[in-house]
Design a protein around this ligand. Structure first.
Ligand SMILES: Nc1ncnc2c1ncn2[C@@H]1O[C@H](COP(=O)(O)OP(=O)(O)OP(=O)(O)O)[C@@H](O)[C@H]1O
Ligand SMILES: [Mg+2]
Length: 362
C-alpha cells in the first residue's frame, strides 16, 4: 500500500510537449481513474508513474520518496495492459508464477501466492489449463493474477477491458472494483470510457489534451464540471450547449433573441451583457405546463429505450438542436411542441472563450 504524488509533471517527446504540468495527490488505497479521449496523454502519464517513460519535468513520489530515477522493477508497481499477452505454452499457474520465479522466490512462497490469487479471482480450477483453453474474461483474470501475486504497492491499469465484449466488460468492471476493495491496493486506472470511470473511481482525473481539466469524485465531475470539455465528455447522451447572453442585472439569460430564461435562486451578476454558453443535461429537462413553461421545443424524433425515452427537437428561430431524456416511456407524435422547465440548479454556465465554468451567485 502506498500513496502517490504527482507534482507538476511534464512530458515532452522530441519538441512536442504532451503533458503540460499535472499535479495530484493520490491517497493510500485510493482508486483513481485517468479519463480522457484518445491521444490526450493518459498512457503517457501512467507510464511515467510506472517508470516506463522518463519524466521531463516535475516529480513522481511514492510514499514521499521521489522515484523519477528508479527503474520500473524498483518502484514496486504492477501494471495490467490492454494486450495482456499471456505465454501461450505455459499453464495458468506458470503464467502467474513466472514473474516470481525470475525473481528467485522460494517455490513454496510462489505456490502460496499463486493459490491465494487464484482463489480471490476464482480461477483455481483453471490453474492447469493453457490460455487458449480459457475465455476472454478468464484470461483477463489471469493477467490480473500475475499482478496480484507480486503483492505490489500500486496497481496500474491501462484500458485492461477494451478487448472484451460489452457484457463481459461490465462484469469485469465489477470484479476489478470488488478486488480493489478487498486488497485495498492503491490503483490507477486509465480508460476513455466515461461509464467505467464513473463506476470504478473514488476520484477521476479528466484529461483534456495533456492538461488535467478536473480532478474530483465522479459526482463532483457530473454535477459541477469545471470546463465545457468535461461537461461534454461526461454523460450520455452528452450535455446540450446553447449560446446565451446574460441580461444587464444577471438575473436572466437570453437564448437566440426570442427566448429568455429567468434564473431562480440566483443569477450571474458580473456577467451582465456577456455572451456565455449554457449547458443542460438531457435528463434535467422536466415537462411543464404550456402557459408558464420556460422553453417550448418542437419535437423532431423520439427513441423509446424502454426504461426511458430520448426526444430530439429544436428551439426557437435558430432551430438549436436539443436532446432530452425523459424518465419513462412517452409516446409523442411528430411535430408536437413540448413545454419544458429546467430547475436552475441544473443549469451550467461556461465562459465562451476559455470554456471555464461560471458559478451562479445566490
Ligand atoms: N513515444 C512517443 N513518441 C512521440 N509521441 C508520442 C509517443 N508516445 C505518445 N506520443 C504522443 O503523445 C500523445 C499522448 O499519447 P498517449 O498514448 O499518452 O495517449 P492516450 O491518451 O493514452 O491515447 P489512447 O486512448 O489512444 O491510448 C499523443 O499525441 C501521442 O501521439
Ligand atoms: Mg493509451
Amino acid at each position: 500500500m502506498a500513496d502517490v504524488s504527482l507534482d507538476n509533471v511534464f512530458k515532452t517527446f522530441g519538441k512536442t510537449e504532451v503533458i503540460h504540468g499535472i499535479s495530484c495527490d493520490i491517497q493510500d488505497g485510493e482508486f483513481i481513474v485517468i479519463l480522457g479521449p484518445s491521444g490526450c496523454g493518459k498512457s503517457t502519464l501512467l507510464r511515467m508513474i510506472a517508470g516506463l517513460e522518463t519524466i521531463t519535468k516535475g516529480d513522481v513520489s511514492i510514499d514521499g520518496t521521489v522515484v523519477n530515477r528508479l527503474e520500473p522493477a524498483d518502484r514496486d508497481v504492477a501494471m495490467v495492459f490492454q494486450n495482456y499477452a499471456l505465454y501461450p505454452h505455459m499453464t495458468v499457474f506458470k503464467n502467474m508464477a513466472y514473474g516470481l520465479k525470475i525473481r528467485k522466490m522460494p517455490k513454496a512462497e510462489i505456490k502460496r501466492r499463486v493459490e491465494d490469487a487464484a482463489r480471490i479471482l476464482e480461477i483455481t480450477e483453471f490453474l492447469d489449463r493453457k490460455p487458449k483453453q480459457l475465455s476472454g474474461g478468464q484470461r483477463q483474470r489471469v493477467a490480473m493474477g500475475r499482478c496480484i501475486v507480486r503483492e505490489p504497492k500500486i496497481f496500474l491499469f491501462d484500458e485492461p477491458l477494451s478487448n472484451l465484449d460489452a457484457k463481459l466488460r461490465v462484469q469485469m468492471r465489477l470484479e476489478i472494483r470488488k478486488l480493489q476493495e478487498t486488497l485495498k491496493i492503491t490503483s490507477i486506472y486509465v480508460t476513455h470510457d466515461q461509464v467505467e470511470a464513473m463506476t470504478l473511481g473514488d476520484r477521476m482525473i479528466v484529461m483534456d489534451n495533456g492538461y488535467a481539466a478536473q480532478i474530483g469524485t465522479p459526482l463532483d465531475v457530473y454535477e459541477r464540471p469545471a470546463t465545457r470539455f468535461v461537461a461534454g465528455f461526461i454523460g450520455s447522451p452528452a450535455m446540450n450547449f446553447l449560446t446565451a447572453v446574460v441580461s444587464a442585472d444577471g438575473r436572466q439569460v437570453h437564448l437566440h433573441r426570442d427566448i429568455s430564461l429567468t434564473l431562480q435562486n440566483g443569477g450571474l451578476p458580473g456577467h451582465g451583457g456577456q455572451k456565455i454558453i449554457m449547458g443542460v443535461r438531457p435528463e434535467h429537462f422536466v415537462l411543464g405546463q404550456a402557459a408558464d413553461a420556460m422553453l417550448h421545443l418542437d419535437l423532431d424524433h423520439v427513441e423509446i429505450l424502454g426504461s426511458d425515452t430520448l426526444a430530439y427537437g429544436h428551439l426557437g428561430q435558430d432551430k438549436t438542436q436539443v436532446t432530452l431524456r425523459l424518465p419513462s416511456v412517452y409516446h409523442f407524435k411528430k411535430n408536437t411542441v413540448l413545454h419544458l422547465d429546467i430547475p436552475s440548479k441544473n443549469l451550467h454556465f461556461f465562459n465562451t472563450d476559455t470554456g471555464q465554468r461560471i458559478e451562479m451567485q445566490a
